[in-house]
Ligand binder design. Structure first.
Ligand code: ATP
Ligand code: MG
Length: 571
């Protein structure tokens, strides 16, 4: 490709909403153009990178036995009614009506459509297992689209769906996809981590996320260096916390704690450790108010709470509800004397505590010497703890580390969640009808490219991992006015092309400084620079975007040297 006739326009202008480096660099390197909030055009240079990733994904999924198809963007609402998600999905589902007043939606995911396809074709156990995938546009009306391709509303996902006769079949399909994902992200040369993920109200441990580790990631993961345990904090567990030594029960007293609404203030005023203070958090749910107790030095994991309550999500109660439930201002709620209508749930961390301090349900007051059983009955204990760095690994007890990650892939065992309500059944060997066991496997194509840049850049621009680079090599003649330079550049360009290398020739009539800055910005891995001076000695300069020395190479051997540099290790 010749840059002079290619569609690649770099810019210095950074959009005001570009908060993360990948977003800024993708705009500056002419990869994407925003059309509306969370909706982008993929410009040719950016599209090449997405295509490189798509090719890797196809190669690995095909090798794992998955079969590609392509499903529609617009879905009939009736399918979503069958699965129950027309009602359950919420506002991320963009609903539209056609000219006949029929309801449709833009597909945010394709379980319904793929289940409808398979239930019409597959009748017998002999036709199973099968695994169908596509690389296709999704639409989710995200509440906060941001970070460019990282969290778009319209975005490209690879989604695969496996269908098996039983759990054992599903387990095997899942393991195969798990491996395929590991191979994909390894092939992309990304630093990633595979972690246990929240499975929502369905429960079970059969979901994993693939995280590209980066400080700008929206997800938090804990991992154990010793045994390899890794989990999204939404799901992470730890060993039971060490409780402070038990004390003989003291008398319960109400003490004045004016304006002390935080655990730290209360603990300091009363001269106790924060682990002896118990926080009471009030949540507003569709099933009424819920009070949750947790040790003062720790936080609630709201995902665990939502799962425990079998709700899609939970939110803290507003001030008015806190006042009406506790009879006090925010910051003074406590378990003693709450109305019976409030469901009281305690995190395991408070179970062994004695003589605790908690809110008195009176403004500016706390209770001391509170003991479970004597002062209040706690009947419902569960693990609601938000695990953090330094906690003990649930498997081996070593210290967990907390890091940030970008969720690029998510694999999930669905079981019969869709096949049962939608009647996606097969006949087994005994002639009995059974629901198929399904798995689903998502991978964000655009988000993975953004994550790759997040992990691979410097102050001057992108440093592409070779497998995802839009072009592999860049040939830069420093002038168009020296015929020898132009001829040498054309020669190297053609040599590389004839060897199948994706090569870009920077034949623009620009100053060397402009070409160098653009080369750094767009980040093509291998560069061949041809100038009059070194060419007089028959040499051209070869360097890697990722740093390292520049080498002077005879012009005749330039293509050969580039081929050496881009050869995969071990090949
Ligand atoms: P998140 O928690 O980040 O919203 P999700 O759990 O909704 O993600 P899935 O439904 O599992 O995501 O989708 C599979 C994959 O699709 C994700 O792992 C991610 O790579 C990608 N993805 C999801 N939502 C978006 C989005 N809004 N923009 C870009 N990619 C996305
Ligand atoms: Mg989401």
């Amino acid at each position: 490709m010749r840059w002079s006739s290619y569609y690649l326009f770099t810019t210095r202008e950074v959009p005001a909403d570009a908060e993360v480096v990948s977003h800024r660099l993708m705009v500056r390197a002419g990869m994407i153009r925003k059309e509306a909030a969370g909706i982008y055009s993929y410009l040719p240079f950016g599209w090449r990178s997405l295509q490189k990733l798509s090719a890797i994904v196809r190669r690995e999924l095909d090798a794992a036995g998955a079969i590609e198809l392509h499903m529609p963007v617009v879905h009939d609402a009736d399918l979503w009614r069958e699965s129950g998600r027309w009602r359950a999905y919420g506002k991320e589902l963009l609903r539209v009506r056609d000219r006949h007043e029929r309801d449709f939606c833009l597909g945010p995911t394709h379980e319904e459509v793929v289940t409808d396809i398979v239930r019409r074709d597959i009748r017998s156990y002999r036709q199973l297992p099968t695994n169908l995938y596509q690389i296709q546009v999704k639409f989710r009306d995200e509440i906060r689209p941001r970070f460019g391709l990282m969290r778009g509303r319209e975005f490209i996902m690879k989604d695969a769906y496996s269908f098996d006769v039983d759990e054992a079949g599903l387990d095997a399909a899942y393991d195969q996809m798990d491996l395929a994902y590991q191979r994909i992200f390894t092939a992309c040369q990304l630093d990633f981590s595979r972690v246990e993920a929240d499975t929502g109200a369905i429960g079970g441990s059969s979901s994993h996320e693939f995280m590209v580790l980066a400080d700008t990631g929206e997800s938090q993961v804990v991992s154990c260096r010793e045994c390899g345990y890794g989990a999204n904090v939404e799901r992470a567990e730890t060993q039971p916390l060490a409780a402070p030594a038990a004390e003989p029960p003291a008398e319960r007293q109400q003490v004045s704690t004016p304006s002390c609404t935080s655990v730290a203030e209360v603990a300091e005023l009363l001269g106790v450790g924060p682990e002896r203070v118990v926080k009471t958090l009030l949540y507003e749910t569709s099933d009424g108010p819920v009070a949750v107790l947790i040790r003062g030095d720790r936080e609630i994991n709201q995902t665990k709470l939502a799962n425990h309550l079998d709700l899609p999500e939970v939110a803290l109660a507003g001030e008015a509800l806190v006042r009406s439930v506790s009879g006090a201002e925010v910051g003074f709620a406590g378990p003693v004397g709450l109305p019976d209508t409030v469901r009281l749930i305690a995190d395991e961390s408070v179970r062994g505590l004695t003589n605790v301090v908690c809110g008195a349900n009176v403004t500016d007051a706390h209770l001391t010497g509170v003991n479970w059983g004597r002062d209040v009955d706690l009947a419902e204990f569960t693990d609601l703890l938000l695990v953090t760095g330094g906690d003990a690994c649930p498997r081996c007890g070593s210290e967990l580390t907390l890091s940030r990650g970008i969720e690029v892939g998510h694999i999930f065992k669905l079981g019969s969640k869709y096949s049962e309500p939608m009647g996606c059944n097969y006949t087994d060997e005994q002639g009995q009808e059974r629901p198929m066991m399904m798995g689903c496997y998502g991978l964000g194509i655009g988000r993975t490219i953004a994550a790759a840049i997040e992990q691979n850049h410097d102050d001057s621009g992108i440093i592409w991992p070779l497998p995802l680079a839009p072009f592999t090599a860049l040939v830069t003649p420093l002038t168009n006015r020296d015929d020898a330079v132009v001829a040498a550049a054309e020669g190297v360009y053609h040599d590389l092309q004839s060897h199948g290398v994706d090569v870009l020739l920077d034949d623009r009539d620009e100053r060397p400084g402009v070409k160098f800055n653009d080369a750094d910005l767009v980040g093509i891995p291998v560069r061949v620079v041809i100038g009059s001076k070194s060419l007089a000695d028959g040499k051209v300069e070869i360097s890697l975007r990722r740093g390292g020395d520049k080498e002077l190479v005879p012009v005749d051997g330039a293509a050969e040297r580039v081929l050496e540099l881009i050869r995969p290790p071990g090949a």
